[in-house]
Design a protein around this ligand. Structure first.
Ligand SMILES: Nc1ncnc2c1ncn2[C@@H]1O[C@H](COP(=O)(O)OP(=O)(O)OP(=O)(O)O)[C@@H](O)[C@H]1O
Ligand SMILES: [Mg+2]
Length: 383
């Protein structure tokens, strides 16, 4: 900007002003274009003069909006009230608003509204940037700072704490109640005493499992955690996982079959983590399949050159509406049923984390009463 005290030759002044104006306009346009925050400039009537590409993106605007009323383009009552107040009073403001535009879910913005004051220029005047007291407002610059990720993370943290507290409370309440009853005299009855101690033992196992799962999750989510990738034989890992779930399968008379494409290359994996994936998927397949059901594991190189593992069961299956949420922490189709079976609802989220840390993908196909197939991929050892 030209300093106020600079002298100008009268004949050259209009051209230098034009150049200056052009330069400033160009800088302004570049700023608007590059800004990651959304920016909207409107006049004193609330008619749009400019919107930058970021805001067009946030609002999914495909058509030209210059000249349209802000209230027609951003349909949000509290936002209109704020803008009305800024244009009426000339006071800037900062507020949080929530917008739902087009197909997107809610977006959260910190909105800064700054009134524009344009002084009337005389022949030799230079533009003023400060408002004079009592000056009328000529428009408003609105900055939309996207805080959606911050709000989402906060919500996830709140939900997580609420879920963990809830999961802890159930077994703790049971342990407390049963011990109290024992101390109040039930301990003298041999049969009752044994039953109660059994319940206490089951709930303490549940607590241990929950804490172990939470520790696993926090390890996997830590930015410092680096899996120890080595060439691993999937056949060996499947055998080890099989040993761990064998008792449960035998108890329910569930047959487990394994089909491995030969020759199968080794895979690049953290062997204990990948074993946890297989164990969790097998454990689920057995848990959610009725007695005398069938579970099969298929391992082969898929059309994309990845090694794919399918864990298939002919169990209860999962209704379509749950499929997109099944890998979320604590998500269970039937909470009561899963809890009764000692489940924490963290198994599949741990599995998903591990597969993703290996650069693989995981998905599920399922039909109610027909069964489910959980599939994941992992990279083969480079040749
Ligand atoms: N093979 C399956 N068949 C049917 N439903 C399944 C299957 N695997 C998972 N589910 C559903 O997905 C939910 C989440 O599975 P997940 O393994 O995360 O938790 P869980 O088995 O309940 O408990 P845990 O954390 O102890 O494994 C289960 O509660 C169940 O409703
Ligand atoms: Mg499970």
């Amino acid at each position: 900007m030209t300093p106020k005290n600079q002298t100008h030759s009268p004949s050259r002044k209009p051209i230098s002003h034009m150049k200056q104006l052009f330069k400033e306009q160009h800088i302004l346009m570049m700023l608007l274009k590059e800004f990651r925050d959304g920016i909207l400039i409107c006049d004193q009537q609330g008619l749009i003069l400019q919107v930058n590409p970021s805001l067009r993106n946030f609002l999914h605007l495909s058509e030209e909006v210059s000249g349209r009323e802000v209230t027609q383009v951003i349909r949000n009552e509290p936002f209109h009230d704020l803008l009305g107040a800024v244009l009426a009073t000339g006071n800037s403001c900062v507020e949080e608003i929530t917008l739902v535009e087009g197909p997107s879910p809610e977006m959260f913005f910190e909105v800064h509204m700054v009134p524009i004051f344009i002084p009337v220029l005389g022949e030799n005047d230079l533009p003023e940037t400060q408002a004079e007291p009592g000056q009328t407002v000529n428009g408003c610059v609105i900055i939309f700072h996207d805080i959606t990720d911050i709000r989402k993370t906060e919500k996830m943290r709140r939900d997580f704490v609420a879920n963990v507290s809830h999961e802890l409370r159930t077994p703790l309440t049971a342990i407390e109640g049963y011990s109290e009853t024992l101390l109040d005299g039930a301990i003298d009855d041999q049969t009752v005493c044994r039953d109660f101690i059994n319940v206490i033992y089951r709930h303490s196992l549940r607590l241990t499992q929950l804490v172990e799962d939470l520790l696993d999750l926090s390890k996997l989510e830590s930015p410092d955690y680096k899996p120890d990738f080595t060439p691993v034989s999937l056949q060996t890992l499947i055998q080890q996982a099989f040993v761990l779930v064998q008792d449960k399968a035998v108890e329910k008379e569930i047959k487990i079959s394994v089909t491995v494409q030969e020759p199968l290359p080794l895979v690049m994996a953290d062997s204990s983590s990948l074993q946890q994936v297989l164990t969790n998927l097998l454990d689920n397949a057995i848990k959610y399949t009725p007695t005398q059901g069938e579970v099969s594991i298929g391992v082969y190189e898929n059309s994309k050159g990845k090694i794919q593992v399918d864990v298939k069961d002919n169990g209860i299956g999962i209704e379509g509406k749950h499929l997109s949420r099944i890998f979320e922490r604590f998500y269970r189709v039937d909470k009561a049923r899963s809890r009764d079976m000692g489940g924490t609802g963290l198994g599949l989220s741990i599995v998903k984390h591990i597969v993703q840390l290996h650069g693989g993908e995981i998905w599920v196909d399922s039909k109610v009463n027909e069964g489910s197939t959980f599939s994941f991929t992992v990279d083969p050892q480079p040749v």
